[in-house]
Structure formats: structure tokens, C-alpha cells
Design a protein around this ligand. Structure first.
Ligand SMILES: C[S@@+](CC[C@H](N)C(=O)[O-])C[C@H]1O[C@@H](n2cnc3c(N)ncnc32)[C@H](O)[C@@H]1O
Length: 229
């Protein structure tokens, strides 16, 4: 919806060989491949050394904020596994909340929870605020024509604009489902919280997301660059 039906932002032309790292359920890869025989899955750890026999036209990674221990190494391996002129694209929303009218400052549980998530993730060794450095690091790794596009994504259906309201409606559900999983593992393992404490805290965050007087949004970053010809 955010990209008006497109699945990528990099200006790729007829890619024959595409890799979707951290594919999850494979929803992006299945859509991108269009028909089933075009798509196959491999269980692997993208932070380990890659051993692909042939290079790719396009390497894609979506929603990997907080999943990457060493982004420099990821970019290095991606560059080595692209054909000359091939593209890499990383797309992820920030684990954060903003507003243009300071109403996000009323969402105290959410703001506090985000700080805890960032701190715990950093302590665990997988930074959840790394998206800001992705463009610079892609350039440093040797990619050329690197661009970053940033989109606002409402976190509830507060906007008046019908398209943004729809986006907010979907993303609010996404947030309701994601908040628990994000908090439980990190807060119990890193901060030693009890499950009941987290349940109360998550309920507070959800209440702030339900309040449409809070004009909350996050930012989706799309960073893409090309292996030199
Ligand atoms: C937030 S999900 C995003 C899934 C998918 N890219 C999407 O946008 O629908 C992150 C995914 O990355 C996977 N992941 C995290 N670290 C990984 C790693 N080192 N190697 C392979 N997959 C990884 C997780 O298992 C999870 O499925």
C-alpha cells in the first residue's frame, strides 16, 4: 500500500535471480516471484558466510531492523554476491513513534517501551536504531547510486486522508500483534521482568495506540544501491 502496489523501489530491470534475506513467511518473495516455480526457500543464517554458486541481480531485505549484528559484513557479502550493476535494497520501519504536533509525547508507555526495546536490543548485540546508518554504510561498503527514501507510516487510523487512514488501520493491527512479541523476549531475558509486568505495560501501549487524538506515526526507510558495473 505504501508503495502503491510496487514491491521494490530500486530501479531494477527484469531481474532473473533475486535473493530475499530474512524472508520470514516468504510473503514478499512469493509476491515478487509471481508464480510458484520461480520461488524456492532455503533455511540459512544471512550473518554466516554465504556460499551461493551464482551471483544475483537483486538482493532484498525487508523489516530487518534489530536483526543484524554486523551490517558492514552483510553489505560486504551482498556486494560480493551481486552481478556488476545488480542492486541491493533494504526496507525497514523505525522502532519509534513520532507526531508533527507533539501528541506522541502523551504516549508515555509507548515512549518508555521504545527506550527499553532499544536498550535491550543493543545489550543483546542487535541494534534496533541502526536504520539511520544504513545509507552511509552502504556507500562505505562500495555500492554506488545509493539512495534513501523515507515514508511516514501512521500507527493508527487518525489521519483524515483516506489512504493514510487505511494505512494506519492496517499498521495499528500490526502494532497490536507485534508489541507483545517484541517486549516479552527482550524484557524478560535482558531486564528480568515478569510476564505480568509486561502484560500491564503492553496494555498501556495499546491504549495509547487506540487513542486517535495521538497522531502517531513511524518512518519507513528504503535504502538501495548498486554494485559498480
Ligand atoms: C520482522 S521479520 C521480516 C520478514 C520478512 N522480511 C517480511 O518483511 O515479511 C524478520 C525475519 O528475519 C529473520 N532473520 C533474522 N535474523 C536472521 C538471520 N541472521 N538469518 C536469516 N534470517 C534471519 C527472522 O527469522 C524473521 O523471519
Amino acid at each position: 500500500m505504501l508503495f502503491k502496489g510496487e514491491l521494490n523501489r530500486a530501479p531494477i530491470k527484469n531481474p532473473a535471480r533475486v535473493l530475499d534475506i530474512g524472508t520470514g513467511t516468504g510473503i514478499w518473495a512469493i509476491d515478487y516471484a509471481e508464480i510458484p516455480p520461480n520461488c524456492r526457500f532455503e533455511v540459512d543464517d544471512f550473518e554466516q558466510p554465504w556460499s551461493y554458486s551464482k551471483p544475483f541481480d537483486y538482493i532484498h531485505g525487508r523489516e530487518l531492523e534489530g536483526c543484524v549484528r554486523d551490517i558492514d559484513n552483510l553489505y560486504r557479502q551482498a556486494l560480493e554476491n551481486l552481478k556488476p550493476g545488480g542492486w541491493m535494497e533494504m526496507a525497514s520501519m523505525e522502532v519509534n513513534t513520532y507526531s508533527d504536533d507533539d501528541t506522541h509525547l502523551r504516549a508515555k508507555n509507548l515512549l518508555e517501551g521504545i527506550v527499553y526495546m532499544h536498550d535491550c536490543a543493543r545489550e543483546y548485540g542487535k541494534d534496533m536504531t541502526s536504520v539511520h546508518s544504513w545509507k552511509e554504510k552502504m556507500e562505505k561498503a562500495g555500492f554506488v547510486n545509493v539512495r534513501e527514501e523515507i515514508f511516514k507510516l501512521p500507527q493508527s487510523p487518525w489521519p483524515k486522508d483516506p489512504k493514510m487512514k487505511d494505512l494506519g488501520r492496517y499498521h495499528q493491527v500490526n502494532m497490536f500483534e507485534a508489541l507483545g512479541p517484541y517486549c516479552y523476549a527482550l524484557f524478560t531475558r535482558v531486564m528480568g521482568w515478569e510476564r505480568t509486568e509486561i502484560e500491564v505495560f503492553v496494555a498501556g501501549m495499546k491504549q495509547e495506540l487506540r487513542d486517535l487524538n495521538n497522531h502517531l506515526y513511524t518512518k519507513v526507510h528504503i535504502v538501495y544501491g548498486q554494485r559498480p558495473e
